[in-house]
Write a new protein. Sequence first.
Length: 135
Amino acid sequence: MTAPAATMPADAVLSVRGLAVDFATRRRTVRAFSDRPLPAGVVEDCLRTAGTAPSGANLQPWHFVVVTNPAVKHRIRLAAEAEAQLKQGHRISARDNYLRACNYHRSSEFFLHANPDDPRPRTLAPTPGGSAARG
């Protein structure tokens, strides 16, 4: 037998709803990370909290692994990017895509600067409006 659900007053529900919407709309994805270590216990606390997330039949089938080795982190990232590329229908791995892009940019830079009369390899200067203009 389950316990009866707790009820909240309507104004409290609206207040919580407003906080949740505000929090969700201000959430940002972080793609730049610090290499500084976290204080002891922070990761464990986060994982303990994440492990309490609701799941089907309240089984919490989560598996967490803390990876601290930079080489292993890099290999995981390459594998994840390759999988994402394949799921999007691309037939080239993320690693190969990255290498092609690096070679392209390195080559284009070489060819642009090979001709001193070419006006294209100028620096980009920011304009007051925030966009960049050639100059």
